[in-house]
Ligand binder design. Structure first.
Ligand code: AMP
Length: 249
């Protein structure tokens, strides 16, 4: 059984990002970058399946500029066997990423594809669903539990107000939610070993995909500044403020 995991390079979740003064995007020139946290969960899930003897090979894939090699090396240090970098601009649109991944599925024929449920930079939550549709595969999105059994995968999905369990025939697409697992840290020996694992490089053209997007970002703006709060002395004052200032009661 082969698993393909998609890992995206994004700004580190701990970085306080700023909008560029001209409103065309985020100021990322010297920002610390990292693997998208939901992709870390995807890698961890694949590695656990391999450790349990359910998978033989894990291929990590990233679409983006050369520096995405860093996130692929991290995936290899965490237990993936080889990497594929599809070199492209850093802002390839979700549909184009899905098309690239679909072309890779046709080459690699994995039994299972695991992606994050969403990228924390663009908050799209689209690639997994689009990929499943393009590939004609079943999808188990927002997974908080995933169990392989005899050519199928049972996925428990986090949905509004509860959980939903679906059974998918393999090959299938799974996207990870926060509670699926707690990703491990890479050990130093595994970081060293990862340097010798192979990373192949392809271009979208090699895969027959046009990355020209049908999507344009018009403007990026920061959220409105929150006003400072106040501390009231008594319950009476609180009720008064809620009535007269906030007008919510
Ligand atoms: P999104 O639909 O952009 O929120 O991304 C959902 C998931 O799709 C991510 O967590 C990744 O697993 C995958 N993905 C999105 N963009 C890329 C990319 N450029 N390279 C590799 N995987 C990606």
């Amino acid at each position: 059984m082969k698993i393909l995991v998609a890992v995206k390079r994004v700004v580190d979740a701990n970085v306080k990002v700023r909008v560029k003064s001209d409103g065309t995007g985020m100021e990322l020139a010297n920002a610390k970058m990292a693997m998208n946290p939901f992709c870390e969960i995807a890698v961890e899930q694949a590695v656990r399946m391999k450790e349990e003897g359910q998978a033989e090979e894990i291929v990590a894939v990233s679409v983006g500029p050369q520096v995405c090699q860093e996130q692929l090396r991290t995936a290899l240090a965490l237990g993936c066997d080889r990497g594929i970098l599809v070199t492209a601009d850093s802002d390839v649109a979700p549909l184009q990423v899905a098309r690239i991944l679909k072309a890779l599925l046709d080459r690699e024929n994995p039994d299972l594809v695991i992606l994050g449920k969403q990228s924390i930079d663009s908050d799209n939550n689209q690639v997994g669903q689009m990929l499943a549709a393009l590939a004609g595969m079943g999808q188990g999105t927002f997974a908080c539990k995933a169990e392989l059994d005899d050519g199928r995968i049972t996925v428990t999905r986090e949905i509004d107000g509860g959980e939903q369990t679906v059974s998918l025939k393999l090959p299938a697409v799974v996207t990870t939610d926060l509670r699926l697992n707690e990703p491990r840290y890479a050990s130093l020996p595994n970081i060293m070993k990862a340097k010798r694992k192979p990373i192949d490089e392809l271009t979208p053209v090699d895969l027959g995909v046009d990355t020209a997007s049908n999507l344009a970002t018009l403007r990026v703006s920061p959220p409105a500044e929150r006003e400072a709060g106040i501390i009231v002395e008594t319950v009476h004052d609180l009720v008064d403020k809620l009535k007269t200032d906030a007008r919510v009661i």
